[in-house]
Design a protein. Structure first.
Length: 433
């Protein structure tokens, strides 16, 4: 049995601090996490845990640093690592000018494999251990991503994009091909080890009604699979969707009418929803992925977290690389805070760190496996240094033992430099060779 002990300041959540208050937070100043065979065995005061753990288990001393569950990114595009920071366009032009050009390179399995390795290295470097990932239309791109994730032992959700119109011909499938290729990938990868499949019609504009029908048929056939797509991100996108789907009541109805809206469906952006759409999302438990750096970078709009939360829509936080500009979920949380400031909404740091861990795990229905430091959970853990840079250490001098204040500075000033170590299934993540 491969055991390991992590020593540090344990921080994990039992619930949302916004609703449950202090009871939601589990914090142990001199804590220890005992892990064995990829899972957490025990979490508690170091003095107690050390009496029970095997004496010869290696000890990783992160004293002074925070030990949290690995971060979860609910919406990200692995073929867009070389799209980040593309200048001067809003969504539809950005897709045509930059994204659809870059995604064509993933027809080459060697390119796809190399980028998948880079992408996973980068996620782990940033403390992210689970992500819900878009591949390209080519099944080879999904194959490469799943294979790389499997070899790292990481919990990942991904899917081949389905798109059969309004894109270069090299990036389109057909309703039948999209269905067949997705089904073959589901058979190969869904539920294999720590991997799950997401049926991935890119968005209404790039799928014909026939293709959304095929995606809906897959969702019905494979109810254990996730569904991911984009919804109500940009004004021009919404207008074109209305033209392409005149029968639909609204944008959300385009997906709903094909059976693509449910508790395992994650919708990127959800910025400009009508009251009726919000009510339907809540009733059917569809998940809204809040992608602040992307929404700011592409000038899409300001996400209204309070409105969705009060209506009962599950919300997850996400980077949306490469519309998004940072792989860091700390930086993403900082930008989320600023977006909510613009809406005169509050987002305390404890709520933010809950969202990055248990909150996102709950939104994805994975909270029985990840998102908390509890016995039996998978040992995906990040060690964070709140004093990682001179400016952070200097700022922390003014934080006198107040955890919420420390966390707020950590997310505001921190990024990959604050990530001391990431553990994936109990093993320190190392960069691929
Ligand atoms: N809508 C459809 N595809 C995309 C994409 O790749 N990124 C973003 N931000 N929005 C999209
Ligand atoms: Zn996206």
């Amino acid at each position: 049995m491969s055991a390991r002990l992590l020593l540090g300041r344990v921080l994990s959540f039992r619930d949302a601090p916004r609703e449950a208050g202090e009871r939601a937070v589990r914090y142990i100043e001199r804590g220890a996490v005992w892990i064995a065979d990829g899972r957490i065995v025990e979490v508690g005061e170091a003095a107690d845990v050390l009496t029970r753990a095997p004496a010869d288990a290696p000890r990783d001393d992160h004293s002074g640093k925070l030990l949290l569950p690995g971060f979860i990114d609910a919406h990200i595009h692995y073929p867009q690592t070389r799209v980040v920071g593309s200048y001067g366009a809003q969504l539809l032009d950005w897709l045509n000018k930059y994204t659809f050009v870059e995604e064509q390179k993933f027809a080459d399995p060697a390119h796809a494999a190399a980028v998948a390795e880079f992408f996973l290295d980068e996620l782990f470097r940033q403390g992210t251990t689970t992500a819900m990932v878009y591949c390209t239309v080519r099944p080879e791109s999904a194959e490469a991503f799943f294979a790389a994730s499997e070899s790292r032992g990481a919990r990942m959700i991904a899917g081949k994009v389905m798109m059969d119109r309004n894109a270069p011909s090299a990036l389109t499938d057909t309703p039948q091909r999209g269905y067949d290729e997705s089904k073959a990938l589901i058979a190969r990868w869904h539920g294999k080890g720590r991997l799950d499949y997401a049926i991935t019609p890119r968005f209404a504009i790039t799928s014909t009604p026939e293709q959304l029908e095929a995606a809906g048929a897959l969702a019905k056939e494979f109810p254990g699979c996730f569904v991911q797509t984009h919804l109500s991100e940009n004004d021009a996108e919404i207008a074109l969707t209305r033209e392409l789907y005149p029968q639909a009541r609204d944008y959300l109805d385009v997906y709903d009418r094909y059976g693509l809206l449910g508790p395992k469906s994650v919708f990127g952006h959800c910025i400009h929803l009508s009251d009726a759409e919000v009510a339907t999302m809540a009733a059917k438990r569809g998940v809204a992925a809040f992608c602040p750096t992307s929404n700011l970078f592409l000038g899409s709009g300001l996400f209204n977290e309070k409105r969705l939360q009060e209506a009962g829509v599950p919300v997850a936080l996400a980077t949306d690389i490469g519309g998004g500009t940072s792989y860091s979920l700390l930086q993403t949380a900082a930008e989320a805070y600023k977006v909510l400031q613009m809406n005169r909404q509050s987002w305390p740091a404890l709520q933010a760190f809950y969202q990055l861990t248990l909150g996102n795990a709950r939104a994805l229905g994975l909270d029985d496996r990840i998102g908390a430091l509890e016995p039996g959970r998978e040992a995906d853990i990040v060690a964070l240094n709140s004093r990682a840079t001179p400016a952070m250490a200097h700022r922390m001098e003014a934080v006198r033992g107040d955890l919420a204040e420390e966390l707020f500075v950590l997310m505001t000033m921190g990024d990959d430099r604050a990530v001391a170590q990431t553990y994936v299934a109990g093993t320190p993540a190392k960069a691929s060779a």
